[in-house]
Design a binder for this molecule. Structure first.
Ligand code: HOZ
Length: 419
C-alpha cells in the first residue's frame, strides 16, 4: 500500500502538534507505524491522501452511525451555514434538539448542550456535587470519561480509597475525591459505599464499557448500581457518549431498561460535529446556572451548525428504528468471523464490538489488559492491507454503521478469516 503522502504529512505534523496529532490514539503508537491522513469519507468508506480506500469501522469513534456524509445531514448543514456559523445566543434549533433527545430518553427531563463528551461529563459531575452537597465520586477502572482532571485517575495499590492521577499534570489532590473500583464487581462497589456512602455525590459508569475494548455489563450489574446509588443518596450517571443513540434510539437506558439520574451524550448529538450534552431530572438540572449555583458556560454550546447536524441525524434514526436490527445483524456476522480466530475473545453489544487477543473472558480492566497487543497490531495491519480500517488500538471499539453494505461485511469477513 502506498502511504507516501501520509508519511510526508506526518513528518511535518510532528513539528507542529505533539506527536503529529490532536488526539493521542490517532498517532498509531499502540500499533506502531505511521497514521493515515484522511482526505474524505462517504458512506461506509474512508479515503486517505494517497487515494487508498478503506471500509471504515472507526466511524469517527461512533457518531457516524448513518455512514459518512449522509446526504440529508449534509444538505441541512450546508443550508444552515448560509445563516451564520455561530452566534453565542439562543436559537430555536437548540430547543428542537433538546425535545428530540428528551423524547428518546425520557429520563432526560432537562439538558444543557456543550461541545464535547469531556465537557459533558465534567459538568455532569459538577452538577451532581452541587445537587448533593457531597464531594466524592466513584468511577470504574478502564471506563473513560474524558480528560478532565478529576476523571484522569487510576486505582492505587492497597487501600481501596488510594487513587492516584493517571496523567502528569493532574494534582494528587484532584485524585483524592475520585474513588476507583472494578467494573462488573458488585462487592468492590459495596465496599466503597459502606466506607464513604455519605460523601459520595455520584457514581459514573459507561453502561457498556467501550474504552477498554467493549466490555458488557454482567446481568444485573446496572440494576445493582441503580439500587445502591439510590439507597445511598448518590446520583447514578450513565456516560452514554458511545452508547447513546447507538444501542437503541433510547441508548443504553432503553436497551437495559434502567433509569439513571443523569446521562451524558457526546458526538452523536451533533451528528458527528462538535456537540455533546448532559441532562437528567429537572430538579437536578436546575442547580445549573443561571437558575442554580453551579456554573457552566460556553460560546460554542448549542452551536447552530452542530445542532442542525444533530437534529437531522436523530430524526433519521427516530424515523427508521429498524436500523438497529440491521446493525445488530451485520455486527453479529462480523462477531462470528472474529470468533473463528484462534486465541481471540469477542465481546459484542449491538453494533459495538471488540476482538480481544486473549482466550480468557474479558469482563473488566484487568482481564482486558491480558490481551496480546502485539498480536492485535499484526491483525490491525493485516486488515488495513485488506482495505479495512479499524481502531489503531486493542482497547477501542469497532463500530458498525447503517452504510455498511452486505458486500462490505463480506469483504470484512474474508479479511478476518484470512488472518
Ligand atoms: N480515545 C478516543 C476514542 N475513545 C479518541 C478520539 C479521537 O482520537 O478522535
Amino acid at each position: 500500500m502506498n502511504t507516501q503522502k501520509s508519511d510526508e504529512l506526518f513528518l511535518k505534523a510532528k513539528n507542529l502538534m505533539p506527536g503529529g496529532v490532536n488526539s493521542p490514539v490517532r498517532a498509531f503508537n499502540a500499533v506502531g507505524g505511521t497514521p493515515l491522513f484522511i482526505s474524505r469519507a462517504k458512506g461506509s468508506k474512508i479515503y486517505d491522501v494517497d487515494g487508498n480506500e478503506f471500509i471504515d469501522y472507526v466511524c469517527s469513534w461512533g457518531p457516524m452511525i448513518l455512514g459518512h456524509a449522509h446526504e440529508k445531514v449534509i444538505e441541512a448543514v450546508q443550508k444552515a451555514c448560509a445563516y451564520g456559523l455561530s452566534y453565542g445566543a439562543p436559537t430555536k434549533k437548540e430547543s428542537e434538539l433538546a425535545e428530540l433527545i428528551k423524547e428518546c430518553m425520557p429520563c432526560v427531563e432537562m439538558l444543557r448542550m456543550v461541545s464535547s463528551g469531556t465537557e459533558a461529563v465534567m459538568s455532569a459531575v459538577r452538577a451532581s456535587r452541587g445537587y448533593t452537597g457531597r464531594d466524592m465520586i466513584i468511577k470504574f477502572s478502564g471506563c473513560y470519561h474524558g480528560h478532565s482532571d478529576g476523571l484522569l485517575v487510576k486505582a492505587g495499590s492497597g487501600l481501596i480509597s488510594n487513587s492516584s492521577p493517571d496523567s502528569a499534570g493532574v494534582p494528587k489532590s484532584y485524585a483524592q475525591n475520585t474513588l476507583i473500583t472494578q467494573y462488573n464487581n458488585k462487592k468492590s462497589v459495596e465496599e466503597l459505599f459502606e466506607k464513604y456512602g455519605e460523601n459520595i455525590a455520584c457514581l459514573i459508569v459507561e453502561p457498556v464499557a467501550a474504552n477498554m475494548g467493549v466490555v458488557p455489563p454482567k446481568d444485573g450489574f446496572l440494576s445493582f448500581l441503580r439500587e445502591i446509588t439510590r439507597k445511598n443518596g448518590a446520583l447514578l450517571i450513565f456516560d452514554e457518549v458511545i452508547t447513546g443513540f447507538r444501542l437503541s434510539i433510547g441508548g443504553a437506558c432503553q436497551y437495559y431498561g434502567i433509569e439513571p439520574d443523569m446521562v451524558t451524550l457526546g458526538k452523536i448529538v451533533g451528528g458527528g460535529m462538535p456537540a455533546a450534552c448532559y441532562g437528567g431530572k429537572k430538579e437536578i438540572m436546575e442547580v445549573i446556572s443561571p437558575v442554580g449555583k453551579v456554573y457552566q458556560a460556553g460560546t460554542l454550546s448549542g452551536n447552530p451548525i452542530a445542532t442542525t447536524a444533530g437534529i437531522e441525524t436523530i430524526k433519521i434514526l427516530m424515523n427508521n428504528t429498524e436500523i438497529y436490527k440491521s446493525l445488530d445483524e451485520k455486527a453479529a456476522k462480523i462477531e462470528a468471523a472474529l470468533s473463528s480466530l484462534k486465541n481471540v475473545t469477542v465481546n459484542r453489544v449491538g453494533s459495538l464490538l471488540s476482538a480481544f487477543f486473549t482466550n480468557e473472558p474479558v469482563f473488566d480492566y484487568n482481564s482486558a489488559s491480558k490481551s496480546n497487543t502485539a498480536e492485535y497490531s499484526k491483525f490491525f495491519f493485516h486488515m488495513l492491507g485488506s482495505g479495512v480500517y479499524m481502531a489503531p488500538s486493542q482497547f477501542e471499539a469497532m463500530f458498525v454503521s447503517n452504510a455498511h453494505s452486505e458486500e462490505d461485511i463480506e469483504k470484512t469477513i474474508n479479511a478476518i478469516k484470512s488472518f
